[in-house]
Design a protein around this ligand. Sequence first.
Ligand code: ADP
Length: 527
Amino acid sequence: MSIFRMALRSCRLSSQSFCAAHMHQDFRFFRQMSMDAQSIAAQLNTSGIFRTQGLIGGKWTEAYEGNTIKVHNPATGDVIANVPCMGKRETSDAISSAYDAFSSWSKLAASQRSKFLRKWYDLLIAHKEVLGKLITLEQGKPLIEAMGEISYGASFIEFYAEEAKRVYGDIIPATLADRRLFVLKQPVGVVGAITPWNFPLAMITRKVGPALACGCTVVIKPSELTPLTALAAAELSLQAGIPPGVVNVVMGNASDIGDTLLESPQVRKITFTGSTAVGKKLMAGSAATVKKVSLELGGNAPCMVFDDADLDVAVKGSLAAKFRNSGQTCVCVNRIIVQEGIYEKFAKAFAIAVQNLKVGNGFTEGVAQGPLINEAAVQKVESFIQDAVSKGATVMLGGKRHSLGMTFYEPTVISNANSEMLISREEVFGPVAPLIRFKTEEEAIRIANDTNAGLASYIFTTNVQRSWRVSEALEYGLVGVNEGIISTEVAPFGGFKQSGLGREGSKYGIDEYLEIKYICLGNMDRA
Ligand code: ADP
């Protein structure tokens, strides 16, 4: 049996080089894959949600010039599908569709929009297994994590189906007796939503849920590395009866699509999750048309383990916060800062726990860690480890590519790290845990805050006063106390400093998609 393997290429190739002029041949590629992949492919093909075209105005659409991008399985290198490599013209048409759809979608009663969203949520949950498999196939995370992402991702649609009905205004006591003052909240308009590959569903639903709930329409640009989950979710939005043009999906040439969204006066809001560098570009580019902007950017999460921590809780919590999704989330622990009294005990117990993480294809039973997304990600991890070792750190465990090949990397623990190392200054986005020793609480807070990032942070202590004191001192948008996995649809998610602007999830998340309008009724004393 011939297995079609391709070396994974960096996602950072220019679009011109990865857009190739060949037409869709998805099922042919599937026939060239391994038996396991074939059976998953067969399930996907019959599921009715496996879409490989963009969605513009309710129509599944090829790139206008026929160019395509290959989507790979990072665990095997197999080509899973070809999707259209779209650019400016397709994006303009998607914006026009969203703009046209806005006039009717925004005028529906909130309870009507709520019903559409609820139906979409039900369909996402009904397709949980097949959507989970699609995520594992294109992103690589273990199936159990992928299924968890479907529940998590869908929960934003459910939450905002409910929240749609609670977009309240205000009546303000007037300063003049003959006036009545009101505040209305109204949808901002067309939203451009640009999302990354690490959570192919949840990063979309966190944006599209609140946007649609309050009456906005969207043009989604998923990562070119993981577009299939986005397209499947869009298909389910149509099956839920959400009208054509309310949800549009384009993918391909990221900067052409991004520039078109930025330049359009019809796009009133940009919402983005991804790198800080691209976030800054989008923020700058939004200035010309003064768009509303929300950004979820990179983190540099500290995990502080105090002498008074419960060792077992600290090891389990920091393990989960470090190694989920192979370290590829913006809330993953980047630095473990450990007090000197517990350092040796913690390092030993943590390394044992890390050693037990099974690495492999996300479809294999018991696997806790899949491949990294691509070769560039592995090279970044390697360079950070090299830098740390050259500055005096010691590799306690791992520190090299896994024998499975491809982009698999051994879960790694580094001891004697310090704040001068690249790994402490920048987000490694991989399965590497550096341990930094500290003496006092003040020193730990100083180390933790010594960064431009400010997204997630974690504290392990059994002292309740310390937990509150340190939580207040941390310059971070999220603090987990004795807990490593804290994201939920009901709580606000977002960063301080250069980790971003705005919040996603919770009652706060919908404000990002609303304009506030003040209405003054004058001369109310006239008969
Ligand atoms: P990552 O390093 O996680 O891939 P990126 O910020 O590069 O993060 O990518 C996140 C998302 O931003 C992806 O959908 C990517 O295609 C998109 N993107 C990258 N460059 C641009 C750009 N210049 N304009 C708009 N979107 C972009």
